[in-house]
Design a protein around this ligand. Structure first.
Ligand code: FAD
Length: 315
């Protein structure tokens, strides 16, 4: 079975790329398609997760949905692939539906597990803002699967990947990406395994030092509730929830966040949730694995100190 996996690789292979390649390798023989000027050495690391062939389009240097759609479709035609696998990230959300329309393929958006194939081809996805799981059967000859980041642990599946320059006709497209701004060097929220988040209970942007200190010692990414981003205390890319980023970290620490349903919608896929709130009736405690009824201004620094002590004792 031939599988095309689309990944974006910049300075290093992201976890989302590892997940997509590993997922593809569980379906068949993987040809990765990618673009840009990333070094051969970095691209060949995809072989660690099961890539057998890598097609790289050097002439394309921008994350342009229309161009990428044509690139991926060309890779499917070249390899006669039955499956296309990609991450359900910002690019995947734009490209996935376009590819399925062009290939007349069924599309699973936001897969959270490998397919069940004992009776057809059935993939699990989150629905109703993560409150339920749908088992979706695909009957089409070609299948497009977008994977929700952090849904599975990519295993090593060593292959000696062969790299090939790929320059199909990408056609003309009406979108031009003028500028891409980086959100910094940290782990992006959708891929983060550890997240420290805070809400309006922190009272003001000047108090975020205690959130960042805990995130630093844990090696975590910071997040926030929506009003905090709306007021401008924190940048919008940190806003998690129904209308923000949906995350599935191993650990989500939430301080001074009430736990409104719209917030929970984006974080309830977290494996362990720790809630710090002064109000014992805060709704978030119902969704928490561990709850601390206390003042974030006292609890966060104490957690930071405890993590520092623990780390020191391990050295
Ligand atoms: C259509 C729609 C979409 C929305 N989408 C989102 C979304 O994507 N994400 C999102 O987050 N929200 C979203 N919201 C807003 C959501 O309904 C809540 O209003 C919001 O999540 C509340 O943010 P908060 O918990 O930071 O603030 P508050 O509701 O003001 O809660 C602050 C909490 O901090 C606690 N607190 C106060 N002082 C301290 C202290 N010193 N130490 C510890 N705890 C303290 C309080 O007890 C309280 O529980 C959406 C709303 C709508 C209508």
């Amino acid at each position: 079975m031939s599988v095309v996996v689309f990944v974006e690789v910049k300075n290093k292979v992201s976890k989302a790329a590892m997940e997509a390649v590993y997922y593809g390798s569980q379906l068949g023989s993987v040809t990765v398609v990618t673009y840009g000027d990333t070094s051969e050495e970095i691209l060949k690391e995809l072989g660690n997760y099961g890539a057998e062939n890598i097609l790289v389009c050097r002439s394309l240097n921008e994350s342009n949905d229309q161009a990428l759609t044509n690139l991926i479709v060309a890779a499917v035609e070249k390899t006669n692939a039955e499956f296309v696998v990609l991450a359900q990230d910002q690019t995947g959300k734009g490209v996935g539906p376009r590819i399925s329309a062009k290939l007349n393929a069924g599309h699973i958006s936001g897969a959270i597990d490998l397919p069940e194939t004992s009776n057809g081809f059935v993939v699990k996805t989150n629905v109703y803002s993560g409150k339920a799981i749908a088992h979706v059967a695909l009957h089409s000859a070609k299948k497009v699967i977008s994977i929700l980041p952090n849904s599975l642990a990519p295993q090593l599946n060593q292959k000696d990947a062969n790299l090939e320059e790929f320059s199909p006709d990408l056609g003309t497209f009406g979108i031009k990406v003028k500028e891409l701004k980086s959100q910094g060097d940290g782990v992006p929220l959708p891929e983060a395994e550890l997240v420290v988040s805070a809400g309006r209970g922190l009272k003001g942007p000047e108090n975020w030092g205690i959130v960042e200190d805990l995130a630093d010692v844990l090696g975590a990414t910071t997040a926030c509730s929506r009003p905090v981003a709306d007021i401008g205390w924190r940048p919008h890319h940190e806003h998690v929830g129904q209308t923000g980023v949906a995350i599935r970290p191993n650990l989500y620490i939430a301080a001074g966040i009430s736990g409104a349903i719209q917030h929970l919608a984006g974080v309830n896929g977290s494996k362990v949730i720790v809630v710090i709130n002064t109000d014992p009736e805060a709704p978030f405690f119902k969704a928490a694995d561990y709850g601390i009824v206390g003042d974030a201004f006292e609890v966060l620094p104490r957690l930071t100190e405890a993590v520092k002590k623990f780390s020191a004792s391990q050295n």
